[in-house]
Ligand binder design. Structure first.
Ligand SMILES: Cc1ncc(COP(=O)(O)O)c(C=O)c1O
Length: 400
């Protein structure tokens, strides 16, 4: 099956087929229904005992498992090329549950830099409260540290939020496996349409589905995929922490995924045009986009990212915080909001928002992060152009 067909039709066989109790006729729904239920009825004591001891596959209770959350996990596993998967209430729930399944006090973990601000805060928490040492390192130091060994987990967010720094997943996986570490990749920015970390050797892949996988900016969620064995362990932790995704959000996210291929093509196309436009502007000091030949990590992105470079573009605005403020508040089509991967274009200042409390923050204060949406690229470029002009206009009046 080709990738586009798999995205739309993969797991088709898992829709719903049941005999209707009232009419005794078959119901063969085209879509998986929403199992909006807290609990599931057992037919016998034996069945209940089998479900609780894990000898039988039977849903018990929606904190423990639910058809929609498991379907979504399985769908992302199919697209990532993993054996199994499970969906979570948020990207952070996915990351926290994964790390608490893998690590114990005294363990060491090495992480790429930068990572999403919330992930950076979690690392600090793990260090302070659980005595898990987390070394957050730039690419060269990261590869050297892995070679030296001693790590239980190698955690990589690539492209990284917000500087789009790209780590070589194949190199990380080889070094980690030679030195006894498990490789976890946050694939939120790229999605499996553009990048399949397991193909390059990663063990576990996770996402904030809030972003491109759901794609419509109307749910919060996460997903983790990996081996059957690991996902089994993860489900045990999930049950205790209560982090499983709720049925309606899982259903909406699975609906969103069906249009992933068409959306990602357009996000990437628009982002490339926006990045090239920004490169040509005198008000812009530097543009970060993995698709630009001038980007220092372009050669790695070219190797491991397929069919394009996704929709995230960051750039450093010249001038002061005042110019940044004027720029952001002058945008009309781009909304000033955090999050990304929405149909609508969004812009934010990570230093003053998403990464303001992250201990691992070190990027230019005037960095602007754009999530380039699905609007017409000409309109997006016109919006950026007029906001850049206003940001530096000597009349000084800008904003709404
Ligand atoms: C790369 C990345 N991973 C994880 C998260 C956390 O996801 P969520 O907000 O769904 O908890 C985010 C949020 O912005 C992110 O950008």
């Amino acid at each position: 099956m080709h990738e586009d067909t798999k995205i739309v039709r993969g797991l088709d066989e898992e829709r719903f087929h049941k005999t209707d109790a009232q009419t005794n006729k078959s119901i063969n729904a085209h879509r998986l229904p929403i199992y909006q239920t807290s609990t599931f009825i057992f037919d016998s004591l034996e069945e209940a005992y089998g479900a609780f001891t894990g000898e039988e596959h039977h849903h018990i209770y929606t904190r423990v498992s639910n058809p929609n959350a498991l379907y979504l996990g399985k769908k992302v596993a199919l697209l990532e090329g993993a054996e199994a998967g499970v969906a979570f209430n948020s990207g952070m729930a996915a990351i926290a549950t994964t790390l608490l399944t893998l690590l114990k006090p005294g363990d060491r973990m090495v992480s790429s830099k930068p990572v999403y601000g919330g992930t950076g805060e979690l690392f600090a928490y793990l260090q302070e409260h659980l005595g898990i040492r987390v070394d957050v390192l730039g690419p060269e130091e990261f590869y050297d540290a892995l070679k030296a060994g001693g790590y239980r987990v190698a955690y990589v967010e690539t492209p990284g939020n917000p500087t789009l720094t790209v780590y070589d997943i194949e190199l990380v996986s080889n070094l980690a496996h030679e030195n006894g570490a498990v490789v976890v990749v946050d694939n939120t920015f790229a999605t499996p349409f553009h990048q399949k970390p397991i193909r390059w050797g990663a063990d576990i892949v996770l996402h904030s589905t809030t972003k491109y996988l759901n794609g419509h900016g109307d749910t919060i969620g996460g997903v983790v995929v990996g081996s059957e064995e690991f996902v089994g362990e993860l489900l045990h932790t999930t049950k205790m922490f209560g982090t499983l995704m709720q049925p309606f959000n899982a259903w909406l996210t699975a609906r969103g995924i069906r249009t992933l291929a068409v959306r990602m093509r357009k996000h990437s196309e628009n982002a490339m045009r926006v990045a090239r436009f920004l490169e040509s502007r005198p008000e812009v000091v530097e543009v970060y986009y993995p698709g630009l030949e001038s980007f220092p990590y372009h050669h790695i992105a070219k190797k491991q990212m397929e069919k394009g470079y996704s929709g995230m573009v960051s750039f450093v605005l010249d001038g002061t915080r005042e110019n940044l403020k004027r720029f952001i508040t002058s945008l009309r089509i781009f909304h000033f909001a955090v999050s990304l991967g929405d149909t609508d274009s969004l812009a934010t200042s990570p230093a003053l928002t998403t990464h303001a409390l992250s201990p691992t923050t070190d990027f230019p204060a005037n960095l602007v992060r754009l999530s380039v949406g699905l609007e017409d690229a000409e309109d997006l470029i016109a919006d950026l152009e007029s906001a850049l002009k206003r940001a530096f206009s000597t009349s000084g009046v800008a904003g709404r």
